[in-house]
Design a protein around this ligand. Structure first.
Ligand code: NI
Ligand code: MN
Length: 226
C-alpha cells in the first residue's frame, strides 16, 4: 500500500505503512501548509533542488528525525555542510532504499540555495517505487519530450506535476506531460502559492476529462491511496 499526502506547494509525504518519506518539505513560510516542520516524522527526505520552496525545512526535519536527505550530488554536499546526512545521487541513477527504489529524472529548471546564488547542481525529479506503486514527482520543470520515455518505461500509478506556469509548466504543457507519462492518476502541484503562479487546477482537471488519466485535486492535508 502507498498513501501520499499533499502538504501544499510541491510538498508530498508518503508512507507504505512502515517507512515515511517527504518530498520537497517547504512548510515554514508556506501559507498553504497545514503542518509545521516540528510535526513531521520521516525516515527519508527527498529534495529535488536547492530553491527555498523545495529545500525548505529539509535540513531541520532530517536532523530532528535522524533522517537521510536524498538529493542530487551538489545539493547533497550543501546539506551535509549544514549538518544533515545525505545520500547523493545523480540523474539517471537509481538506488534501492529500505522503503523502495528511487531514480532521479531530468528537470529543466535551476538549482541554487542560500541567498539564491549558491550553486546546488542540476535539479531533478523523482521516480519512486514504494508500497507496490510507482510515483513520479517531476520537481520544478518545463515540459520535456523525454517524459514520453519515462511514461513508456514505467507504469506510473501516481504523478505530481506542476501547473503554476511562470517558473514551471503551465496547464497546457502539464496536460501534454500527462499524455507523455500516461499515469493512472495525476495531482497538480506548484500553483496559487503566490499571485505569480495563480493558475486554476479545475481547468487542468477539466482538460483531462475523457483521457485515461484521472486528475485529482488535493487540498493541503488531503491524501490519496493510488
Ligand atoms: Ni524551483
Ligand atoms: Mn518551485
Amino acid at each position: 500500500m502507498l498513501k501520499a499526502t499533499f502538504l501544499g506547494h510541491s510538498c508530498v509525504m508518503a508512507t507504505d505503512g512502515k517507512y515515511n518519506i517527504i518530498i520537497d518539505p517547504f512548510l515554514t513560510g508556506n501559507s498553504q501548509a497545514t503542518l509545521n516542520a516540528d510535526q513531521i516524522k520521516v525516515d527519508y527526505v527527498l529534495v529535488t533542488h536547492g530553491h527555498g520552496d523545495h529545500l525548505g525545512d529539509a535540513v531541520p526535519i532530517a536532523m530532528k528525525n535522524g533522517a537521510t536527505i536524498i538529493a542530487p550530488n551538489e545539493l547533497g554536499i550543501y546539506v551535509e555542510k549544514q549538518g544533515a546526512k545525505a545520500h547523493k545521487m545523480h540523474i539517471g541513477g537509481a538506488f534501492n532504499f529500505p522503503f523502495g527504489r528511487v531514480k532521479l529524472t531530468i528537470a529543466h529548471h535551476g538549482s541554487a540555495a542560500g541567498d539564491g546564488l549558491i550553486y546546488t547542481g542540476n535539479p531533478c525529479g523523482f521516480l519512486i517505487s514504494m508500497g507496490g506503486r510507482v510515483m513520479y514527482h517531476s520537481g520544478d520543470t518545463g515540459l520535456f519530450y523525454d517524459m514520453k520515455l519515462i511514461g513508456d518505461m514505467n507504469k506510473i500509478d501516481l504523478a505530481f506535476l506542476p501547473i503554476g506556469d511562470n517558473f514551471t509548466m503551465g496547464i497546457e504543457d502539464a496536460v501534454k506531460a500527462v499524455e507523455f507519462l500516461h499515469p493512472k492518476t495525476v495531482v497538480p502541484i506548484h500553483y496559487k502559492t503566490w499571485p505569480i503562479i495563480d493558475t486554476e487546477p479545475k481547468e487542468f482537471a477539466a482538460r483531462l476529462q475523457g483521457s485515461a488519466t484521472k486528475a485529482v485535486i488535493l487540498k493541503p492535508g488531503e491524501s490519496i491511496e493510488p
